[in-house]
Design a protein around this ligand. Structure first.
Ligand code: SAM
Length: 350
């Protein structure tokens, strides 16, 4: 088994592709030795493209109102215990100003699928942010919309879009989502975003209910074929007000393993060490970077609403997660041999 694992990692490093069954074998066998081997290669390959830089993005969770009812998510429509909020345009602009002063050059506007944010409402906001901060990139993460809407938001100044595909297996997708959401529409959205010219990010939760090495293999194959600019993966963590409240959380080990494999599949990918990862382990961010990640997304949302954007229980909202503590984050990243880069940090496909 050891030889097969090592040889598959070598092939991934040189060819960035594997057959589905080999991905399933890798996904199901994260041995300590293989993880170390893959992480070393992942870090080497990332260093060739991005040096020692770790990019920071200021995350603005601007609404937790959502029309969807995803079974895993704490802000799902049916959670009546969730205290709902929606930031105003003024609030969002103040978050950007605070972030800009702290040195952020990317703002990630993330939220539930809140019907209030039509194109007509979002466009002037995006234009306003671009006028004030022409040297900054805007990333949107607001779910599924029409191609026309994505195009209008792109024309208004959004350049990047994060839309996790969640799983590439249609039967698995159905077990995680209500009937009105489909894998085919999710994929359609992702290809539309890419076609329009967004730097596009897909991704999934590690250890989501009903995930298997075979569904993970399909995810890795999709990532190989889609070649995303960004890829967000983090452990699934149950939320007590969802149907998945008694399900097991995803593991640190499996998440780190998949981060390394994804880096080997798509060398140029911008790969975050997510908040969910630091929620399950206090050194999660550092461990993620040492496995091949190169992005961190501190929270720029107003302190008063941070607890309410509760996708899962015990979400890490410590000082270390917040944008105000950029200096301490810088120190921690330096301590593991990397440095925080505060430029826009675009994808490098050269
Ligand atoms: N509404 C947008 C969308 O659907 O893309 C963006 C917000 S959504 C809450 C962001 C991501 O949070 C989802 O893509 C999902 O992978 C992740 N998420 C939701 N519930 C989670 C949980 N219980 N554990 C870990 N991650 C979760």
């Amino acid at each position: 088994m050891r030889d097969r694992l090592f040889s598959l990692i070598d092939t991934l490093e040189s060819q960035h592709a594997l057959p589905l069954e080999e991905y399933a074998f890798l996904a199901g066998n994260p041995t300590d030795e293989a993880m170390k081997y893959a992480a070393e290669k992942a870090c080497r390959i990332r260093k060739e493209i991005y040096g020692n830089s770790v990019y920071v993005r200021g995350l603005i969770e601007f609404t937790n109102i959502c029309k969807n009812d995803c079974l895993y998510c704490g802000i799902r429509r049916s959670n009546h215990h969730c205290s709902r909020y929606r930031l105003t345009r003024k609030d969002i602009l103040s978050c950007c100003e605070a972030g800009y002063q702290l040195g952020f050059r990317t703002f990630v506007l993330q939220g539930g699928e809140d019907r209030y944010w039509t194109d007509e409402v979002l466009i002037p906001l995006l234009q306003n942010i671009k006028e004030r901060y022409p040297d900054c990139a805007i990333t949107l993460s607001i779910g599924e919309r029409s191609k026309e809407s994505y195009q209008k938001l792109f024309d208004a100044g959004a350049e990047r879009y994060l839309l996790r595909h969640e799983t590439t297996d249609a039967a698995h997708y159905e077990k995680l989502h209500p009937k009105d959401l489909s894998l085919s529409n999710r994929m359609h959205c992702l290809w539309n975003l890419k076609g329009i010219g967004y730097q596009t990010g897909c991704g999934f939760m590690v250890g989501s209910p009903f995930q298997t090495p075979e569904t993970l293999a399909m995810d890795l194959k999709f990532i190989e074929e889609f070649s995303p600019d960004m890829c967000g993966i983090g452990p699934f963590i149950p939320h007590k007000e969802t149907p998945f409240k008694n399900q097991k959380a995803g593991s640190l080990k499996e998440t780190l393993w998949l981060l390394s494999l994804i880096r080997l599949i798509v060398p140029h990918v911008l790969l975050p060490a997510t908040t969910a990862l630091s929620t399950i382990h206090p050194q999660g961010r550092e461990m993620g970077i040492l496995a091949g990640a190169n992005v961190v997304m501190p929270n720029l949302s107003p302190v008063s609403v941070r607890k309410n954007y509760e996708l899962y229980n015990n979400k890490s909202c410590t000082d270390e997660e917040s944008a105000e503590c950029l200096n301490s984050l810088k120190k921690r990243i330096k301590a593991i041999g990397y440095q925080v880069a505060t430029d826009r940090g675009d994808v490098n496909r050269d």
